[in-house]
Design a protein. Structure first.
Length: 140
């Protein structure tokens, strides 16, 4: 029910992101979804890729700080205004905190990717409400 996500800590300097992208490319890793956020000193490049474990090893071997975390991906039932708010309402009203979230379109439908502060409770909410969750096979 969860998807492995790679979070890579990148210095905020020219060429740092390119180095990561080239390492992944040169080792046959496809990036499926990515998001980057930054501070004044570093960025966090979060991505879902074709082989998270291999990507982690490659980056680690090159001295690049990365972690693997589990995230959820929920396909929205329809693309109506407020669909994301409806899903997040179910999750947060059940007492699950959202650490971060990003979204994208897949086959014309919105997908929310988020990290929860309580994976077990998030799974329960997803199953009880019959939310359309995606697995790694659905994305990769």
């Amino acid at each position: 029910m969860t998807i492995k996500q790679l979070s890579i800590f990148i210095e905020n300097k020219s060429g740092a992101l390119l180095r990561v992208l080239k390492l992944l490319r040169d080792n046959g890793i496809s990036i499926v979804i990515s998001n980057i956020s930054d501070t004044s000193e570093f960025g966090i490049y979060r991505l879902i890729c074709s082989d998270t474990d291999k990507a982690f090893r490659i980056l680690h071997d090159k001295g690049i700080n990365a972690t693997i975390t589990n995230v959820f991906a929920i396909r929205l039932a329809d693309n109506k205004v407020g669909a994301a708010a409806d899903v997040m309402t179910l999750i947060t009203e059940a007492g699950v905190g959202i650490k971060y979230m990003y979204s994208f379109l897949l086959d014309g439908k919105g997908v929310l990717v988020f990290r929860a502060d309580n994976d077990d409770k998030a799974k329960e909410v997803i199953l009880l409400n019959k939310l359309d969750f995606l697995g790694e096979k659905d994305l990769c």
